[in-house]
Design a protein around this ligand. Structure first.
Ligand SMILES: [Zn+2]
Ligand SMILES: [Zn+2]
Length: 332
């Protein structure tokens, strides 16, 4: 009996030692990939996906209801603002959020045009209407985001709170020499930013076909010749002129390289809707790729989005510019 107790105690002691050693390793001996992992560098901040902001919709309040509520809750009515030194505010000042009259509105910064409502707490500037349908709130600190820049396809909202935990966390990772340099901090994305897209992605036309699609009514040749053209030109990769030559040499079919090009265009136009709308089974991980191609000697950009597991191309977009509109992929 004693030996079992002794062994149990020994096991418990050993387990304690193992836990202590594990803790020590985790704290002080970084694993190799952790030690050399630079993905925590603030330089990669631009590539990280931020959390979405909290969206608060504007709901008009009724100051009389809030007034009654105050009386019910505290057992005394809310007193009008006491103004010292005979100062007044314009009589037509009304709280834009709850509609409280000027008796309940503080002059917030000594006649510089900023006010605060005593009933609902809303701050506002004179003449400003709080009619924005929604407010965007920083998910890290709760401050209202400020619209900083208007781009063609989106508006940038930024959290400018200098005590925002997101900002302070990113700031702590910046190199000290960049911190000392003038505008050194501007190299990095440190503040929380949200892009509100103003382009409507759902109005994109996925199936607009080029107008120059020729019909499949054959006058000189037939469908079989067309398939031969496609096989030689696309499957075997012959040039248009070599395809024309091969058809002449192998089958004694005279067909110009212009005609072969037209057949290929027609086939592409016919097949495109089927390829675009094919219901590819998609996984949860996608990869995207941007490159450029030359279309008739003119540089154009092309984007692909691909399922990482099956490698099927589930979306693509071609454009002559790299702005946000074209680079947002309509996926099938
Ligand atoms: Zn108010
Ligand atoms: Zn913030």
């Amino acid at each position: 009996m004693d030996i079992i107790l002794y062994l149990l105690q020994l096991i418990q002691y050993q387990q304690k030692q193992i836990c202590w050693l594990l803790n020590f390793i985790c704290r002080y001996i970084p694993l190799k990939q952790w030690a050399f992992d630079d993905s925590h560098s603030p330089k990669y901040q631009n590539f990280k996906v931020d959390k979405l902001p909290v969206i608060k919709t504007f709901i008009k309040q009724d100051w009389q209801f809030l007034f009654e509520y105050y009386q019910w809750k505290y057992g005394r009515p809310l007193k009008p603002v006491q103004r010292r030194n005979g100062k007044t505010i314009p009589k037509d000042t009304v709280c834009p959020l709850c509609g409280a009259p000027h008796h309940f509105i503080y002059d917030n910064n000594g006649s510089n045009g900023q006010f605060q409502c005593k009933v609902c707490g809303q701050t506002f500037r004179s003449g400003e209407l709080v009619t924005t349908p929604s407010r965007l709130i920083c998910p890290h600190c709760g401050n209202t985001l400020v619209a900083k820049k208007d781009r063609k396809f989106f508006r940038i909202h930024k959290c400018i709170n200098p005590k925002c935990p997101y900002y302070l966390h990113n700031l702590s990772k910046v190199d000290s020499k960049d911190l000392k340099a003038d505008f050194g901090k501007n190299k990095y994305k440190l503040h929380y930013i949200y892009r509100e897209f103003t382009v409507d992605f759902f109005t994109m036309d996925l199936n607009s076909l080029p107008q120059n699609a020729s019909s499949l009514k054959f006058s000189r040749h037939n469908a079989h010749v067309m398939f031969l053209c496609l096989t030689l030109h696309i499957n075997l990769g012959l040039s248009l002129r070599k395809t024309s030559q091969a058809l002449k040499d192998l089958y004694n079919i005279s067909i110009s390289h212009h005609q072969i090009a037209n057949y290929c265009k027609t086939a592409a136009v016919c097949i495109k809707p089927f390829v675009d709308n094919y219901g590819y089974k998609t996984g949860s991980v996608f990869t995207a790729y941007e490159t450029y191609i030359k279309v008739r000697g003119i540089k154009a950009y092309i984007w692909f989005i691909m399922d990482a597991a099956s490698r099927s191309i589930i979306g693509y977009q071609v454009s002559d510019n790299r702005s946000v509109g074209p680079s947002s992929l309509p996926c099938v």
